[in-house]
Design a protein around this ligand. Sequence first.
Ligand code: FES
Length: 129
Amino acid sequence: MIKSIQELEQIRKKALEELEFRKQQGEGIRVVVGMATCGIAAGARPVMLKFVEEIQKRNLQNVTVVQTGCIGLCKYEPIVEVYEPNKEKVTYVKMTPEKVSRVVAEHIVNGKPVYEYTIGYEEAKEANK
Ligand code: FES
């Protein structure tokens, strides 16, 4: 069936919007730092600053650092989540500025998560206590 110009225009607009949406969502890496009260108390601020510093220093254009509120795991704060397009989220716990350097070098730059700093690793450690 031949579609009207209007219909075609709508389809085109929708495709463009989707593309834009995917760009915002998909491309690039998002580093999300939990900055609820407990996060801040546990030292999330220097962790966040360290991420921003490392990312600027290396001039990583495709990485954004954002803050969020409560992630819901007080005892593991400071918590940092790393979202990469088409990959599973990685949750880092008990973060420190020292750990940040390694996460940026190994995970953000080279795509290899630092498992010793992740929640799964911490939980397994606690379960074996
Ligand atoms: S109050 Fe600690 S994680 Fe929400």
